[in-house]
Design a protein around this ligand. Structure first.
Ligand code: 0WD
Length: 254
């Protein structure tokens, strides 16, 4: 029973129980979805396995989006297990911590390319792989941030990457629309996660959002999860190419 009954989804980007992807996984599982998770390397396997058990989810292997063969293996596992996929969540981003501080103009070519590869291109190549497993349509969701639209302190090259990711959502929505595969993004407000700890002065950004957002607070992974549920379920069947803010309303004032 539930909104997601009979639906099967692959969720990439659970690092621990504070991850946004974990909030989405829980919301979907609560509504009856069957879920597959990946982990990035052995260190994360130990964190992800107990979380998967908690949800009755499958763990379908190591996934590092910079190693195409790991993506091939994960999708082959999903194909063997389920034969098809109804939804996919991409909650992956990376940039050198050293460059998420100070000035954007100092970005190195190496880190620029790596940031774009892991945070943007990965969604495109994953969408192509998902398409092959979605003969009856499906829903793809990625995570972005307001730093794509406005200059946020220290977000730097990641802001440039998120702008490209948001543009990718629109191009992918067109490419996959005729197959009834929808592509959307949630622009989440700042949340204290492992990835966020790499951003300079993050505590200040959290406080700033708390003082200035219409709801006078920040958001939780659970709240992003509940909004994710809308995009991953049939409730949003008429919606694609959208970037939806789940940020306590900060974007209307910031
Ligand atoms: O304030 C925030 N936390 C916000 C996050 C606000 C708005 C958006 N986001 C986005 C992030 O940019 C990211 O796209 O949400 C997504 C999920 O991030 P998260 O939940 O904040 O962070 P975390 O729990 O750390 O999960 C991100 C994970 C990685 O964790 P680490 O800590 O190692 O960066 O992305 C994965 C990894 O598990 N990841 C990779 N997965 C496969 N291959 C790779 C990679 N090469 N690199 C990172």
């Amino acid at each position: 029973q539930g909104l997601m009954a009979g639906k099967r989804g692959l969720i990439l980007g659970v690092a621990n129980n504070r991850s946004i992807a974990w909030g989405i996984a829980k919301a979907c599982a609560d509504q009856g979805a069957e879920i597959a998770l990946t982990y990035q390397g052995e260190a994360f396997r130990k964190r992800v396995e107990p979380l998967a058990t908690e949800l009755g989810a499958h763990v379908v292997g190591h996934c590092d989006v910079t190693e195409a063969e790991t993506l091939d293996a994960v999708f082959a596992n999903v194909a063997a297990k389920w034969g098809k996929l109804d939804f996919l969540v991409h909650a992956i981003a990376f940039s050198d911590k050293e460059e998420l501080d100070g000035r954007y103009v100092e970005t190195t070519r190496d880190n620029f390319l790596r940031t774009m590869d892991i945070s943007v291109y990965s969604f495109t190549t994953i969408a192509k792989r998902a398409e092959a497993l979605m003969p009856d349509g499906g829903s793809l969701l990625t995570l972005t941030y307001y730093g794509a639209e406005k200059v946020m302190p220290h977000y730097n090259v990641m802001g440039v990457a998120k702008a490209a990711l948001e543009a990718s959502v629109r191009y992918l929505a067109v490419d996959l629309g005729s197959k009834n595969i929808r592509v959307n993004a949630i622009s989440a407000g700042p949340i204290k996660t492992l990835a966020a700890s790499g951003i300079g002065d993050f505590r200040y950004i959290l406080k700033w959002n708390e003082y200035n957002s219409p709801l006078k607070r920040t958001v939780t992974p659970e709240e992003v999860g509940d909004s994710g549920l809308y995009f991953l379920s049939d409730l949003s069947r008429g919606v694609t190419g959208e970037v939806h803010h789940v940020d306590a309303g900060y974007h209307v004032v910031g």
